[in-house]
Design a protein around this ligand. Structure first.
Ligand code: K7E
Ligand code: RUQ
Ligand code: CUA
Length: 652
C-alpha cells in the first residue's frame, strides 16, 4: 500500500507537513480501502468530490425537476443536494401554495381560468449580461402546460408564472438572449392558436407552431407580456432552440421534427406516428431575426391579435427578411450556439452525425438572397451544404451539446450509445468517449452554454440508472454522473441519484456569482419584494373583526407566537398575517393551524398570510413547524371556533 499513499498524498496535498500527517494515518487509509474494496483510483475520485464539513462547492447547479414541476439545486463537485425550488407544484415546506401570497403566484399559472397544480419542467436558463451568467434570475419552462416561471436568485423563490397565450404545448424554452432582455419559447406539438376546435384535416391551414419572444425586464426580473409577441411558424413541431450571441446576436434558432406535417388522421394506413414524422431525410432549422421582429411587433400593422396577444404572421416575417429555413438531419433535438456565436451544432436523434452550421455562411446566403427554394408557406430555404461548416459522425443518438473554454472543444451526449463524446467542432475530430449509466439526455458543463464556459466538469443527466443504486421499486431514480474533464481524457467521478422527476436539463454557475440574502427587511412580502400589508412589529399584535371577517396580526419569535389565543365564530373568515421578527441567519419559523390545510414558512423578516374559513367547530392548536429553539414545542396557541347558535357552559 505504500506507493499508493505516496501518490495520493502528493496528488492531493503536496506539502510535506500534511504528507507526514497523512503518513501517520497510513494504516487507517489502507484499512478503509481494504474494508470497502476501494482501489487507488476510487480514492482519488472520492477526494476530488469530497467536501469536509463546512467546505462549500465551487459551482451551483440548477436542475429541472421534470414531472415534479419543481427545480433542484445542488453543488459541484460534491453533488450534494441543497434545495428544491417550488415552481409549478405546491410544496408545503416552503409554504408554497399553502399561504396566500405564494398561492397567488401559483395561480398566475392558471390556464383559461383553470387551476394547474403540476408542471413538466425541462429547460432552466440563467440570466446573462454580455452572454455571461450574472447570477440574478433563473427561468424554466413547463412543457405540459405551456408556461415560463421566473425565480429570483436573491432568495431562490418563484416570483412569476406566465402562461403562453397561444401555445397548447411547448418545449423549446426557456432561453435568454445575451443581455436577458428577451426569453425565447418555442412551441412543440402544433395546435390552433385560438381556443376553438379545428378538425385535424385542417392541420396545414389552422394548426400552428411558433416562437414566443417574451420581453424580460432584467432590472425587476419580470416578463412583460404586453411587450411580447409570437412569431407564427408552420406546424412542423418545433423543438429545442437557442439564441444567438456575439456575431449571431439578435437571431434565434429553433429545430423542428415534423416537416412532413404528418398527422395520423390524414394519412390513413400509414404506420403509426414515428415513421410518419421521420419519412423525410431532413427537417428544418428555423432561423429568425427576433430583434427585427421585436421592432416590427410594435407596429399594429404587422401583427394580428389572438387571445389578446400579438402574433407576427409568417408572411410579415418573410417580407421583412426575418425568417429562413435550413434543412437539418431528420428528427433533430438540440441546437447549441458556441461561445463566440459563429457556430451552431445540431444533433439529430436518428442521425449519427452532428451538423455544424456556420453563421457567417448563413449570413452571406441571406444577404445575397441566395435561396434554394421555398417551403409550402413561402419561407425561403437556404442550402444545407452551403450553410454547413461540416458534419462529423459521433455515434448513436446524439442529443445535446456543451462547450469548454478550449477553442473548438465540445461535449455531446449520445443517448443510444450511453456515452459522452468529446470532439472538436472546428477540426471535426472525435477526441474521447466516456461511458455513462445509462441513456444520457442533456449534459451540463460549468457555464457550458454561456459565452464564458469554465470547463472542469461535465454532468451527464442519465435517463436510466438500472443497476447503479439499491433497488427501491420499479420506478428507479435518475442518475447524474459527474465527469472530470480537466485532463486529456474524461474521467467519471461519482453518481448522484435524483429522486424527484426527470431532470431534463441543468445549468451550472460559479458559486461566487450568486449573492442570495440571509434575511429580509422586516415585514417584507417576499413575492413582491415590497412591504407586506400585514407587517406587524412587536407590540402591534392584534385581532380585528369586521362583520364575520377576523383579521389577526401576529408575530413569531423564539419562542412564542403572539397572540396565543384566537377565538372566532363558526363560519367566520379568518386571515392571519404573520411576521417573523428574527434577524439571525436561518431562523425560520413555520406556521399551521391543525386541520385547515394551511402552512407558511417564514424566513427572518418575512411577513406572510394564511386564510381559511372556520367552517368547523372545535379547538384547533396552531404551532410553529420548524424546530427553532429549545422551546420550539412551546411555540403554539389555540384557535377556538364556537358555534354562535350554541350555549357553552364552563365545567367550573
Ligand atoms: Cu432532450 Cu426536454 Cu431538453 Cu429531455 S429534452 S433530454
Ligand atoms: S421532535 S426534533 Cu418530534 Cu424530537 Cu422534532
Ligand atoms: Cu418557531 Cu419552532
Amino acid at each position: 500500500m505504500k506507493p499508493v499513499l505516496g501518490k495520493i498524498s502528493s496528488l492531493l496535498l503536496g506539502t510535506t507537513l500534511i504528507t507526514s500527517a497523512l503518513a501517520a494515518t497510513d494504516g487507517e487509509l489502507a484499512k478503509v480501502m481494504k474494508d470497502r474494496g476501494l482501489s487507488e483510483i476510487d480514492v482519488v475520485r472520492a477526494a476530488k468530490t469530497y467536501n469536509p464539513t463546512g467546505v462549500k462547492d465551487k459551482y451551483v447547479v440548477f436542475s429541472s425537476g421534470g414531472q415534479s414541476g419543481q427545480m433542484l439545486v445542488y453543488g459541484v463537485p460534491s453533488m450534494r443536494l441543497l434545495k428544491y425550488i417550488a415552481v409549478f407544484t405546491p410544496e408545503p415546506w416552503q409554504g408554497y401554495g399553502y399561504d396566500k401570497d405564494s398561492l397567488e403566484i401559483l395561480r398566475q399559472g392558471n390556464i383559461r381560468g383553470r387551476e394547474i397544480n403540476w408542471g413538466d419542467t425541462h429547460h432552466p436558463a440563467l440570466s446573462e449580461t454580455d452572454g455571461k451568467y450574472d447570477g440574478k434570475w433563473l427561468v424554466i419552462n413547463d412543457k405540459a402546460n405551456p408556461r415560463i416561471a421566473v425565480i429570483d436568485l436573491e432568495d431562490f423563490e418563484t416570483k412569476q408564472i406566465v402562461p403562453n397565450p397561444v401555445f397548447k404545448s411547448e418545449h423549446g424554452g426557456a432561453f435568454f438572449t445575451p443581455n436577458s432582455d428577451h426569453i425565447l419559447e418555442a412551441a412543440q406539438y402544433a395546435a390552433p392558436f385560438d381556443n376553438e376546435y379545428h378538425p385535424i384535416e385542417d392541420y396545414k391551414e389552422t394548426y400552428r407552431g411558433g416562437v414566443t419572444v417574451w420581453k424580460f425586464d432584467s432590472k425587476i426580473g419580470r416578463i412583460i407580456p404586453k411587450d411580447s409577441f409570437t412569431l407564427e411558424l408552420p406546424p412542423y413541431m418545433q423543438d429545442l432552440s437557442d439564441s444567438g450571441k456575439g456575431i449571431s446576436d439578435g437571431w434565434g434558432f429553433t429545430n423542428s421534427f415534423n416537416t412532413e406535417m404528418y398527422t395520423g388522421g390524414i394519412e390513413v394506413g400509414m404506420p403509426p406516428n414515428e415513421a410518419g414524422m421521420s419519412r423525410n431525410d431532413t427537417d428544418f432549422l428555423h432561423v429568425y431575426n427576433w430583434k427585427k421582429l421585436y421592432e416590427l411587433s410594435k407596429d399594429p400593422k404587422n401583427v394580428k391579435i389572438v387571445n389578446d396577444h400579438k402574433i407576427i404572421p409568417i408572411e410579415i416575417a418573410v417580407k421583412n427578411d426575418a425568417l429562413f429555413l435550413i434543412p437539418e438531419p431528420k428528427s433533430p433535438h438540440g441546437v447549441d450556439v458556441d461561445p463566440t456565436g459563429q457556430y451552431l451544432v445540431v444533433c439529430g436523434k436518428l442521425d449519427t452525425h452532428a451538423s455544424v452550421y456556420d453563421f457567417k455562411k448563413i449570413q452571406k446566403l441571406i444577404s445575397n438572397k441566395e435561396y434554394a427554394g421555398k417551403d409550402p408557406f413561402g419561407i425561403p430555404i437556404l442550402d444545407m451544404k452551403k450553410s454547413l461548416h461540416g458534419q462529423l459522425e459521433l455515434g448513436l443518438g446524439p442529443l445535446h451539446n456543451q462547450y469548454s473554454p478550449v477553442d473548438g472543444e465540445i461535449y455531446t451526449s449520445l443517448y443510444v450509445d450511453s456515452q459522452v463524446v468529446k470532439w472538436n467542432f472546428k477540426e471535426l475530430k472525435v477526441l474521447d468517449k466516456e461511458n455513462v449509466h445509462y441513456n444520457i439526455g442533456h449534459l451540463a458543463g460549468m457555464e457550458g452554454k454561456s459565452a464564458d464556459p469554465q470547463g472542469e466538469y461535465i454532468i451527464a443527466l442519465n435517463k436510466l440508472s438500472i443497476d447503479r443504486f439499491q433497488n427501491v421499486g420499479p420506478l428507479h431514480p435518475q442518475n447524474h454522473q459527474l465527469i472530470d474533464i480537466s485532463g486529456k481524457t474524461m474521467d467519471l467521478l461519482v453518481d448522484m441519484p435524483l429522486p424527484l422527476g426527470e431532470p431534463h436539463q441543468a445549468v451550472a454557475i460559479r458559486a461566487e456569482k450568486l449573492h442570495p440574502h440571509v434575511r429580509y427587511e422586516m415585514g417584507t412580502n417576499t413575492k413582491t419584494g415590497e412591504q407586506h400589508i400585514g407587517k406587524t412589529l412587536a407590540g402591534q399584535e392584534r385581532i380585528e373583526r369586521n362583520g364575520n371577517h377576523v383579521t389577526v396580526y401576529a408575530t413569531l419569535v423564539r419562542s412564542h407566537i403572539n397572540p396565543e389565543r384566537i377565538t372566532v365564530n363558526k363560519g367566520d373568515k379568518v386571515t392571519i398575517h404573520m411576521t417573523n421578527l428574527e434577524r439571525a441567519q436561518d431562523e425560520t419559523h413555520g406556521f399551521t393551524v391543525d386541520n385547515f390545510d394551511v402552512h407558511a414558512s417564514l424566513e427572518p423578516g418575512e411577513t406572510s398570510t394564511i386564510e381559511f374559513n372556520a367552517d368547523i367547530e372545535g379547538v384547533f392548536p396552531y404551532y410553529c413547524t420548524e424546530f427553532c429553539s429549545a422551546l420550539h414545542l412551546e411555540m403554539m396557541g389555540y384557535l377556538m371556533v364556537k358555534d354562535p347558535n350554541k350555549k357553552y357552559e364552563s365545567a367550573q
